[in-house]
Design a protein. Sequence first.
Length: 377
Amino acid sequence: MSAIQRCSKLFSNNLCRTIINIEIRSSISDYKSFAGSRPKKVKNRFDPPEWFVPKKAYNYFDNLTPSNRDFLKEVAYDRYITNRESPLVDEPIKRNTWNPCTKRTGVLGVKIGVLPQWTKDGTKLFTTLVQIIDNHVIRYVPPEDYKQSSAATLYMKNRNYGSVVVGALSCYPTSFTKSYVNLFNEAGVPPKRKLTRFLVTPDAAIEPGTPLTAKHFNVGDYVDVQARTIGHGFQGVVKRWGFKGGPKSHGATKWHRRPGTIASGGRTGLIYKGKKMPGKMGNRWRNHRGLKIWRINYKYNVLYLTGPATPGPTHSYIRIYDTILPNLKKEMTSKEVHPPMPTAYPEDFSEGLPEEVFDDELFQFNDPTLMYNLDEK
């Protein structure tokens, strides 16, 4: 066979192979385009919707002198603090009495740590400290208006609930945009760093500008808390779900922390929905219900709540509101002192309040620990 014949044969073989590969790839791509795909899990959305008011402002004050910056701070101080002894623009709404069907507004707190406490019989318990910092009512929306808003779901529309927007931690208006600062004109308070919404019944309507403190609750009340859990990132099944994993030695090769088999045997041979697999751990909204208030510090607005397992890391924001558990509501109804409606006002404490109030079952550290009965002899 001559060299020319060999080259032609080699060229023809490569050309056939190229044509075959093109046909195979085209068939695979056609199959991928027409083959059905399994539905994916909805991803978390961290970007706000388009109709949200932008919050952060651009740094337009780099070229200002220190004297001009101090002047702007004085103007903001005079506008929001000096000229407003009370942020209430109008008179408060008529107050009603509390009943088990009442749904009051909640507050925004900051988790500041965990401390142990002891009962009078010596039982040790852990409590979570939550501080209520500079809370004000920003807006109240009646039920008839809230039902027509886009934020109301079908569940909310079928119930006669209004909406109360609560803000926490006042800041200078130069830190925010003009559209965000205008949200607080109705309440007459400085711009808040954090905003949240609570659903309330019509008998718990509250006027915008009303301050919310630790007096909003009583010692012995039960509350529910809501916050984002601590985010741990992407974790395996050993840390995320507590799997045992494989052996460390004696023939184990690269499966020390693996989950093992993930599909079911038999005819099905598929992975069921909800299978415990590696993934993102934490950073989810979670509720912790039925927490008792053991102690209240009225001087610093600190609540002592049951347990160390309150969701969220230290210095994170926590939503606190009256519990929805029926058995605990019944217990609160049987008490002589009910929660203040719609919140606590200064005229409710004309005689003054102590710095701290303890639950009857809680031991106070200024009390004696041991008591002896001395005989007359």
